[in-house]
Structure formats: C-alpha cells, structure tokens
Design a protein. Structure first.
Length: 291
C-alpha cells in the first residue's frame, strides 16, 4: 500500500483530520450474546427440550425426563492493525497523527468484529467433540435472483421464528444492505402512516422497527452472483467470546529508525449457537425501482 501520510503535511490552513466515509462502529455486536473467555476455545452449552408424562397411579416409578445436552464451540481468532509515523513527518503536521491513526484503526478493528459475526451466522459450526454442523437449509428463505425484500418475505422470516418456538419476547434484529432499505422505502405498507411513524422514517432514512425487528444497515453482508445474504437473528442465535477486546499500543520501533508505531489487536471468536434463532434471507441485488 502506498504511503499517504505526506498528504496530511502542512499545505493548507487546517487543523482537522477528515476521516473518509466509513463505518465507525460494530453494528451487530450489541445484538449478540457476548461472554468473556480465557482459553483456546469456548463451549456454549445448550439444553434441549424435554417432555412430561401423565402420572397414572400412586407410587408409580419416577419418570426420567432428562433433557439432552449439546454444545457449540467458538474458537478465538487474532485480528490486528498497525500504522507507522516518522518523527520528521509528525514535526511537519499541524494535527496529531497518533490520535488520528488510533481513531482510524479502532474503526477498522470494530468493523472486523462485524465481519466475524456475519461469517459465523451461516458458516459451519463445531462442537466440543469436533463434529461439523452445517447451516440448515430449512433456515433459509428467499428466492435469490428472482425475489427482493418484500413484506411477504419479512413475514415469512417471522413465521420461521414462530415455527421454531422462539420466545416472542426475544429481541430480534434484521440486517440488510442499502438496496433492501431502498426496497422497504418503496413498499407502501412500510411507509404508510397507518403502519409506520413517518417522522422516524424521514429522520433516519429507513424504517427502524417493524414487525418486531430492529433493522440494521450493513454494507458488509455476504454476497455472491447478485444474491445478498441478509440475516435475521435473536441474541441467543450467535455467541461472541472475547479473550480480550481491542488493545492499543503506541511505541517507538528501534528496528525501524525509531518510527512511532500505532498497533491494535483483539482476540475474539463467534459461533452460531442456536440454528433455530438464525435465518438467512437471500435477496435479489439487481433491484429495479418501481415506475
């Protein structure tokens, strides 16, 4: 990558660093189950359903209704970022590049947390025994290149959660790309005042809450051959284990002419914990606005 630090040297009367348009925070992290961890792997324990049985008399044998245990394993990965500042370059700048680089790096690191969470939603999961659990086909909805995001498709996602006996009080979120937002804004029942608070729509540019979902805009969702993989999930659907959060170090590098190095690192891992709580929504990204 070309060294662009000299672009910020004193050439104009300004003391502000302008960060180019970019996602600055993790948008999915607040909506998943997060737990600290200190090992090479973290096992999310799962307890399946059991059933009662009629008692048909006095002093009958005690039933054995022990529910089945299972688990899903999150294996932490290491993500890091670094940038370098020469002392002579810093002396020629009005702004403090260390602070600017730290802010820029932290945004990159938070975006990478979203990438890990998005990938974990549909990739193969594993358990303590090392078994591979693929994403169930039954948890996919949408016709890909022949269907965009419609009201019927949203209600189909809700139906999937209901069929899976997901607690209706469990908070749900729906992650979509800008094209899906555009489709929503061109759907009468999403924008009609009888269905939505128009003020909220006008202020935020998208419907924030509809049909029990918190809607999240992301440009980082997976995409293949024009088909976008949108995601709907509950907090219980995806687990994030955190060995340590974003660590920042600023230090001189004696091995590189004493340049100042801004370094960041995190160790985290994500896994799909409950298949029934995650729905993949395949939508057409060749959207055409209605006439």
């Amino acid at each position: 990558m070309a060294d662009t630090l000299t672009n910020a040297q004193i050439q104009e009367y300004t003391d502000i660093v302008r960060h180019l348009a970019q996602q600055g925070d993790s948008r999915l992290r607040p909506h998943v189950y997060e737990t600290p961890s200190g090992g090479e792997a973290y096992h999310f324990e799962r307890l399946g359903e059991s059933a009662s049985e009629p008692k048909v008399g006095r002093k009958v044998p005690t039933p054995d209704a022990e529910p089945p245990w299972s688990n899903r394993t999150a294996t932490p990965k290491v993500e890091h970022w670094a940038a370098f500042i020469e002392h002579h370059e810093q002396a020629q700048m009005i702004v403090d590049p260390q602070s600017a680089y730290a802010q820029n790096g932290s945004m990159a690191m938070r975006r990478s947390i979203d990438d890990e969470l998005i990938a974990s939603a549909t990739r193969d999961a594993t358990n303590k025994a090392g078994d591979t659990i693929t994403f169930p086909v039954g948890q996919q909805v949408g016709a890909g290149l022949t269907q965009g995001l419609t009201l019927d498709l949203i209600t189909e996602v809700n139906e999937k959660f209901q069929t899976n006996d997901v607690d209706p009080d469990e908070p749900k979120c729906f992650v979509v790309s800008p094209i899906e937002v555009r489709e929503m804004l061109n759907t009468d029942k999403l924008t009609n005042a009888d269905y939505q608070a128009v003020k909220a729509l006008s202020a935020n540019g998208m419907v924030q809450n509809f049909l029990g979902f918190t809607w999240i805009l992301s440009n980082r969702l997976l995409k293949a051959t024009g088909v976008r993989s949108c995601l709907a999930f509950t907090r219980r659907g995806i687990g994030l284990t955190v060995n340590y959060d974003i660590m920042v170090r600023v230090a001189e590098r004696a091995d590189l002419s004493h340049v100042i190095q801004v370094y960041m690192e995190w160790v985290m891992g994500a896994v799909r914990v409950e298949d029934e709580h995650v729905v993949e929504v395949l939508t057409d990204e060749t959207y055409q606005a209605p006439a």
